[in-house]
Design a protein around this ligand. Sequence first.
Ligand SMILES: N[C@@H](CCC(=O)N[C@@H](CS)C(=O)NCC(=O)O)C(=O)O
Length: 211
Amino acid sequence: MLKLYIGDKNYSSWSMRPWLVLKKAQLPFAEEMIRLCLPDTKEKLLQLCDAGTVPVLRVHDEIIPDSLAICQWAAKCVPNLWPTDSKDRDLAIGFCKQMQDDFADFREHAPMNLRRRTRTDLPSYALGAANRLAERWLELLSRHDGPFLFGNWSIADAFSTPYATRFVSYGVPRPVRADTYISELMADEDYLQWEMQGLSEDWRIERVDQL
Ligand SMILES: N[C@@H](CCC(=O)N[C@@H](CS)C(=O)NCC(=O)O)C(=O)O
């Protein structure tokens, strides 16, 4: 029995990734939301695991924190979640690490907020990070036919999806090919299910909504 603990669907970019991956893997799972930025959020998260963050996957009695670790676990059950070519697989894993660790300036100034639609000018360094990310997408997309980074959909695309929503939410300029990729990610039926549930959350995190 699998249970995925997640944050708010409108705001929790890290939670979206393994949720999409478990859906694509067709692994049945229960989910429980721990709302972020409330006075008791940290206490609840720390009760769940030492990392004190979501997402967390419970597999029987085992607890797996960290979005990439959860996706790696899913790929052990359903290997085609990674590209089949071993070089591509290594590249895809490295790409996911980069999605976690890099582009902090973009993430900070354009936090995931699915219901947000604005044209706020981002500071130049945040725009620079967004441009660098779009370039990385173009580089990978040019190596394969097919709509996704490694041809077929893979965990790398799940890691790109929250960034795709940031480009759209904040009206960040992007090259046409990157825009097509963003549209592809945001037309995905699992993404749309997540988005619909996120949009129906009727509470706000003011600090994020003001950006
Ligand atoms: N590296 C972790 C980061 C997870 C993370 O930062 N999650 C945020 C929610 S989107 C969180 O739990 N924040 C709550 C807090 O830090 O108190 C992962 O990939 O899962």
